[in-house]
Ligand binder design. Structure first.
Ligand SMILES: Cc1cc2nc3c(=O)[nH]c(=O)nc-3n(C[C@H](O)[C@H](O)[C@H](O)COP(=O)(O)OP(=O)(O)OC[C@H]3O[C@@H](n4cnc5c(N)ncnc54)[C@H](O)[C@@H]3O)c2cc1C
Length: 255
């Protein structure tokens, strides 16, 4: 920082009374909307890809059996000739977990550098397990329900969200760039992304972001991303019933 920069800082500009949180219109929600925007391909297309046949060609195979064979032998590339695109609106902490899935996934997220985020914040739902029991094991996190604690958390979150939203608005009103003002926002604020993947990468995502004791390697994902994963899995099962059945049969391990 130069001396000139220093001279621009005037403490009298920073006044708590500028931060007015008396009438803040924050919206709170537990919703995790995931929309299947585009889906293409089907079980037969996976068989055709494995046999190097063009789309629509007669493959003459028992689809269920053939896909089971591909899945068991972990012959994975035929599952890549398929496509899903999702539109996801979720708190930043969910998108951040999701975007850790790098292979076979593409992401486009709205930019808080270029636009103001909306005052829409996540709240835990009643019934969501929330309490860490005494014998809590972070590697196998199993939380207990405690709706009174959810309600207490909602109180704390709403006060916090209002305060940070007021701070964000204050900074913007002072002419601070959006890319800097966003630093006050919490991971509970909603963002939106479009993401796409193929069935192979989707299966890997489902293996890690759903909890099933029947899985060969049960995973312990956070509740919210699991809610999203369950929605996606239902859409995937409907479109690729044989692939889904083979995935289950093979212990929910992606090929
Ligand atoms: C329950 C749970 C807890 C987690 N906790 C944490 C945590 O505490 N901290 C944290 O940082 N992350 C955490 N993660 C994220 C996790 O480490 C993975 O980043 C995430 O699940 C994506 O998995 P992936 O890397 O297998 O997927 P992808 O990135 O889609 O990769 C798919 C596969 O490609 C291969 N691959 C990808 N990149 C490489 C590479 N660079 N080198 C070699 N092979 C590669 C691997 O076989 C990999 O499984 C957690 C995930 C889960 C499900």
């Amino acid at each position: 920082m130069t001396d000139d920069d220093d001279s621009d800082i005037d403490d009298s500009d920073i006044d708590d009374s500028d931060i007015d949180d008396s009438d803040i219109d924050c919206e709170y929600t537990t919703c995790l909307p995931v929309q299947v925007d585009v889906a293409s391909g089907c079980d037969d297309d996976i068989v055709r890809a494995a046999l190097v046949l063009p789309s629509g060609a007669d493959h003459g195979k028992d689809v269920g059996r053939f896909i089971r064979m591909l899945m068991r032998s972990r012959h994975g590339t035929p599952f890549e000739h398929t496509f899903f695109r999702f539109v996801v609106k979720a708190p930043i902490f969910v998108l951040r977990e999701w975007q850790r899935h790098r292979i076979g996934w593409s992401y486009s997220e709205i930019s808080a550098r270029y636009r103001q985020l909306e005052p829409e914040f996540w709240m835990p739902s009643l019934g969501r397990p929330i309490h860490e029991p005494e014998e809590f094991n972070p590697m196998r996190p199993e939380l207990e329900r405690d709706d009174a604690l959810v309600e207490e958390t909602i109180q704390v979150l709403s006060a916090t969200y209002q305060a940070v939203w007021a701070a964000y608005q204050h900074l913007l009103s002072r002419g601070v760039a959006r890319e800097v003002a966003r630093a006050v926002l919490p991971v509970g604020i909603y963002s939106q992304m479009v993401c796409s993947c193929n069935v192979r990468s989707l299966l890997h995502f489902l293996s890690l972001r759903t909890h099933k004791l029947s899985a060969r390697y049960p995973s312990y994902p956070q509740y919210e991303i699991e809610q999203c994963a369950k929605l996606i899995e239902a859409a995937f099962r409907e479109r690729f019933p044989h692939t889904h059945a083979a995935f289950e049969e093979c212990g929910r391990v992606a090929p």
